[in-house]
Structures are given as structure tokens and as C-alpha cells.
Design a protein around this ligand. Structure first.
Ligand code: URA
Length: 435
């Protein structure tokens, strides 16, 4: 078999066999297929799609490209969570410690930033000294001892996704339902958890632009999980506006930590999404009703225990002095304030997530090429969000970076905001699909 034949097939919109897909994954992981050939096949898939059989074959080939973690030695139900990607989406950093504080083990393989959406791994590495390269043994021990671990794909854990994910990020091949579904589900099936909650985002800052497309993606992932005896709940939530007030890396970690320390002062949409996702994770692990699970989440959140769990995770995943104090405050070298224009009277109707995600990426919080180094200080801080009252010259947001910020960024940021003279509902919609 030759990779060119596989590329030609998909270019001509013909179905790939299981063998074609296995050949591609094996060759790419073993470096006998080059990046440029893999990019061509990914683009053909992006354009012509994969049917369910092909998507399942791709998921399985990726899943078996490395080890599948066996968590059976750990007592009790193990739960996992994943987002399909959003702007300002730091929900994992909040829900994993909450659910662990409720006594349910969370075993999670995360991803890096993808396109304009941020990634938990990049955010974790923005914490001084923290590593996401856990061996299978470290991952297991940490889930056992602390109750949760957030790790990256490695040479042993889903290496196919590690390579393909980085390539898709810089080749315009992220927004493909079969590629998203196989990337997420290969990681979820490899992490060894018994059940999972998937947060499927739709809107301008998500890969699925409409709720209909997000529903289609949710159904594909549910169908993949059904063949594997894992419980799955998908929560569909809007990503037209960024989630929360921080978009970047260091600032998102700080917002997550602050929410755990002081939930009553958190952004309501971020708090709501975190409570809902945690409650579904707890519900599938304990079989409690959703209302009971939600109450348990609220109680534990106000007990302060999740903050301790978060700190235990940072200490466990820190390579240097693990007793060092955890201080997530930071000061970017450059800041630019973006103000409401003279004609802005009324309320913020929308802050376009796609534009803000792109600005954050361009400021240095994301990658344009595989080799790009992130500026962990870079990003956007929203001072006003959807539904807030606003008057001319109010500071709506600030842009952060370690390098001087061109004035053009502020102009682009201005254009992301729409105003309304009428009051605007601040809370975003959510719905749920279960297997
Ligand atoms: N998250 C992933 O892990 N993979 C994708 O392709 C998109 C979001």
C-alpha cells in the first residue's frame, strides 16, 4: 500500500477501508508518512468527510496507537470530561477538582490549543513548573492518591492524536466532525474512565457554528461510545461569546482558581457551565438525580475542598520544588485598554468569541505554526460581558502581551462588540443529549 493511493481515494470521495486507515495511522506515528502527506489526507477528509464506519476505524486506530490505561485497580467509578473547544473555556480546571472533592476519580487526557480555541495542556503549562507529560504510572498514582490527573497524549498515550492534533492546528483541518470525534473519543477511550461528559460547543467561537451541527457531532460521539460500554452525557452549550472573562493561558488559570476560591463572585456563565458539567459527571458516577448531584456540587464548591484538590494537583504535577507556594497572580509587560465608543449607550449584546479568540491567538496565546512558542501572559481580559450596562469610554476589555501591542489589535477588538439599547439576557442556553 502507498499513502498516495489513500490520499487519491479520499480526494475522489471514495470510502477508506479499515486497512487504509490503519496504514495511515501506523505510518504517521512511525514517521514513514510525512507531515505534508498527512496534511493532504486530512484536507481531503475535511472536504469529503468520513462515514461512521470510517470514523470508528479512525478512532480505533488512534486509540490503539499507544497504551490504553487500565484503571481497574482503582476502586469506584472513574469519570472523564472533554470540551469540543471554545474561547475562554477553562471548565476542566474547575470541574476536575470539584468532582474529585466529591470523592469521584477523574482520569483525563487533555489537548493543547487548537485553532482559536485554548487547550487545558497549554493552560497547565502556564503555571510555573507544571508538567503535563505524565507516564502511565504517574497518571494512575495521581488519580488514585489525589483523585484526579490532567495529562497530555505522549509517546505511550494516544501518540497518533498528539501528532495529528498538532498538524490539524496549523493546516486548517480542525473543523471536521469525524476528525474532532475521533480525536476526542480516542483520548476518552484510552483514559480508562467508566463514563464521560462531553461539553459540545456551538457558535462563532466553536468548530460547530450551529446547534444542529453540534448535535450531529454529539450523536457521532455517543454512537462511538455505545460500542464500548462507557456511559456518556453530552451537554450542548453556546460559544457565541467567550466563556468567562479571561481568554489566554495564565489569566484563564487564575480565573479558574479564583472561581474555586470564591464562587459567589465568579462570572455567572462560567459558574453555571462548571456546575452543570460537574453535576453530570457526579450524576453518571453515582446515579443520583440531576438535582441531587447539583446540590452536592454546590455544597462542595462552598466547602473550599476543590481549592485544596486543585493545589494538590499543581504540587503533584510540578517538577521543581513542590512545596513552593502556589501564586497564580501575574503581571503582563504590556496592556492596552479597549473602550466603548461615544455612541455606546445601553448594554453589551455580544462580544464575538471568534474575533476575541483570533486576537488572543495573534497576541501570542495560540500557535500559527507547530514550532510557535506561546506567550503565557498574552490574552484578553473582559471587563464587561454580555448583558452588562455600558456607557461611552467605559473600559470593555484589556489586551495583554509580553511584547508591545499594535494599535490595530484594539481596533479589531472594538469591532467584536455589539451594543443594544434594550436590556440583554446575560445567561447562555444549554441542552443535554444522553446515550
Ligand atoms: N478537542 C480535541 O481533543 N480534539 C479536537 O479535534 C477538538 C477538540
Amino acid at each position: 500500500m502507498h499513502i498516495l493511493d489513500v490520499i487519491e481515494k479520499k480526494k475522489n470521495n471514495q470510502p477508506l477501508t479499515k486497512e487504509d486507515i490503519q496504514f495511515f495511522i501506523d505510518g504517521y506515528v512511525n514517521d514513514t508518512i510525512e507531515d505534508y502527506q498527512a496534511s493532504a489526507l486530512l484536507m481531503a477528509i475535511r472536504i469529503n468527510g468520513l462515514d461512521f464506519e470510517e470514523t470508528l476505524a479512525l478512532t480505533n486506530a488512534m486509540l490503539h496507537s499507544g497504551d490504553i490505561i487500565d484503571l481497574s485497580a482503582i476502586d469506584g467509578y472513574k469519570v472523564d470530561k472533554h470540551s469540543t473547544g471554545g474561547v475562554g473555556d477553562k471548565v476542566t480546571l474547575i470541574v476536575a477538582p470539584i468532582v474529585a472533592a466529591l470523592g469521584v476519580k477523574v482520569a483525563k487526557l487533555s489537548g493543547r490549543g487548537l485553532g482559536i480555541t485554548g487547550g487545558t495542556l497549554d493552560k497547565l503549562e502556564a503555571i510555573d513548573g507544571v508538567s503535563i507529560d505524565l507516564t502511565e504510572e504517574q497518571f494512575l498514582n495521581q488519580v488514585n492518591e489525589i483523585g484526579f490527573a490532567l495529562a497530555g497524549q505522549t509517546q505511550n498515550l494516544v501518540p497518533a492524536d498528539k501528532k495529528l492534533y498538532a498538524l490539524r492546528d496549523v493546516t486548517g483541518t480542525v473543523d471536521s466532525l469525524p476528525l474532532i470525534a475521533s480525536s476526542i473519543m480516542s483520548k476518552k477511550l484510552a483514559s480508562g474512565a467508566d463514563g464521560m461528559v462531553l461539553d459540545v460547543k456551538y457558535g462563532s467561537g466553536a468548530f460547530c457554528k450551529t446547534k444542529e451541527v453540534a448535535t450531529e457531532l454529539a450523536k457521532i460521539m455517543i454512537q462511538i461510545a455505545e460500542g464500548s460500554d462507557k456511559s456518556i452525557v453530552t451537554v450542548l452549550s453556546s460559544m457565541d461569546n467567550p466563556l468567562g472573562r479571561a481568554i489566554g493561558n495564565k489569566n484563564e488559570v487564575k480565573e479558574a482558581y479564583d472561581l474555586l476560591k470564591n464562587p459567589d463572585e465568579a462570572d455567572p456563565n462560567l459558574l453555571n457551565t462548571s456546575i452543570e458539567v460537574s453535576a453530570y459527571m457526579y450524576e453518571i458516577a453515582t446515579k443520583k438525580t440531576h438535582e441531587e448531584a447539583k446540590q452536592a456540587v454546590l455544597d462542595v464548591l462552598h466547602s473550599g475542598e476543590p481549592v485544596k484538590k486543585f493545589e494538590e494537583m499543581v504540587r503533584a504535577q510540578r517538577l521543581n520544588d513542590s512545596n513552593e507556594e502556589i501564586d497564580l497572580n501575574f503581571e503582563p509587560a504590556y496592556r492596552v485598554a479597549v473602550k466603548a465608543p461615544k455612541e455606546a449607550h445601553g448594554y453589551i449584546e455580544k462580544i464575538d468569541a471568534q474575533t476575541i479568540g483570533q486576537i488572543s491567538l495573534d497576541l501570542g496565546a495560540g500557535r500559527h505554526t507547530k514550532a510557535d512558542e506561546l506567550d503565557y501572559f498574552a490574552g484578553v481580559e473582559l471587563h464587561k460581558v454580555k448583558g452588562d450596562a455600558v456607557k461611552p469610554d467605559d473600559v470593555v476589555m484589556e489586551l495583554y502581551a509580553s511584547k508591545p501591542i499594535d494599535e490595530a489589535f484594539a481596533v479589531r477588538a472594538q469591532q467584536a462588540i455589539t451594543y443594544s439599547e434594550q436590556p440583554v439576557d446575560a445567561i447562555d442556553a444549554k441542552s443535554v443529549l444522553k446515550s
